[in-house]
Design a protein around this ligand. Sequence first.
Ligand code: CA
Length: 233
Amino acid sequence: MQILIVEDEVEIADLLQLYLEKEGFTCRVCRDGINALMVFQEMQPDLVILDLMLPGLDGLEVCARIRQKPGLKDPYILMLTAKGEELDRIIGLSTGADDYMVKPFSPKELVARARALLRRSLRQGGQGNSYQTASFTLDLDQRSVSRHLNAGTPEVLDLTTLEFELLSTFLSYPGRVWNRSQLIDKLWGSDFFGDDRVVDTHIARLRKKIEPDPSSPTFVKTVIGIGYKFEDV
Ligand code: CA
């Protein structure tokens, strides 16, 4: 897996490179947006770690231009931001980034996210068409889900198509925060027209089926002011 790191703060860039290369990833580092686009074209990385505040073109512009490049491999994009307010701004803009981390972050967590992205891309390549977490197994071919709580017998869950898609979206990337419009894009496509609170209704139904206590969810968590995330430790 090839990773392009776009970060003008030398210490952060060096630290990321060190940690990621230790994990066996091949990395290149760019310090500004224009250079990043040139290296991107030549390298065609699987993952771009993209700082928001950059000299020249900022991270949002770089992200938009990468997404517009026709014919090139569509990479995963993980944005780095300095403050929580910026995170709200980026998520609100639906820039096309796949994930976000707020500085200061732990390099170990970033490596874990990079690995999660790698696993996801392997799965999409058809190797093992299922998602497995501590409490759930979701089979994409058979479209079945089972829950295994406390080492008990697995129970097969009866989900509607929409609930299945919702859970499969969450399981494809545990820990990722999704806002409502991103979930709508996944479930109904980008031509959806209507109230994005429709997502909340389906979340409530899904919780009724998968949560031991739907009034106090342990898997599908609300992220106040943003949306939802799935956790299963
Ligand atoms: Ca910066």
